[in-house]
Design a protein around this ligand. Structure first.
Ligand code: FEO
Length: 166
């Protein structure tokens, strides 16, 4: 592989590990909100991102090149709401898609057909990743009113028992 391709793949591998940390941070936020389901879902997303990074790691090594592990900035940890956090996640996935597209373009430019072929998996994966977050955002928006209805009904049951006076 040409050094340019190795460097670009290494950058993406590290970006996938960074993505994993972003989702772990989001999982912790969901956990703090008491949303164990979202927390679990985001931890699964974290695992998926580690898998993406490992996939690139193994590919680099299989081509007799060096995988270079780097550090990264702290992921965001405070969000305005669950919905805004998910919108940030979708925005992040769109950035990943752009980066994968750039890698494919570079592989094409360098006539690196093996890497071009390897990256096709990520092209399909990104379609799924964006769709998954778009669906979840849609669901959160749809259940928002239903959730208010449930909460509203729960609030209707509140009673007041005056303390007995002595
Ligand atoms: Fe590895 Fe969510 O892209």
């Amino acid at each position: 592989m040409e050094q340019k391709m190795i460097d670009a793949l290494n950058e993406q591998m590290n970006f996938e590990y960074y993505s994993a940390h972003i989702y772990l941070s989001m999982a912790a936020y969901a956990g703090e909100l008491g949303l164990a389901g979202f927390e679990h879902w985001l931890i699964t997303q974290y695992e998926e991102e580690v898998f993406h990074a490992q996939k690139i790691y193994h590919y680099i090594v299989s081509r007799d090149a060096r995988a270079v592990i780097k550090g990264f900035d702290d992921p965001e940890k405070d969000f305005d709401s669950l919905l805004s956090m998910l919108e940030i996640a979708l925005g992040h996935e769109r950035i990943v898609t752009g980066r994968i597209n750039d890698l494919v373009a570079l592989a094409g430019k360098l006539n690196d057909y093996a890497t071009h072929n390897f990256l096709q998996w990520f092209i399909s994966e990104q379609v799924e990743e964006e769709e998954t977050f778009m669906d979840l955002i849609q669901k959160v928006k749809l259940v928002k009113d239903a959730g208010l209805y449930i909460l509203d009904n729960e609030l209707k049951t509140r009673t007041f028992s005056p303390p007995t006076q002595k």
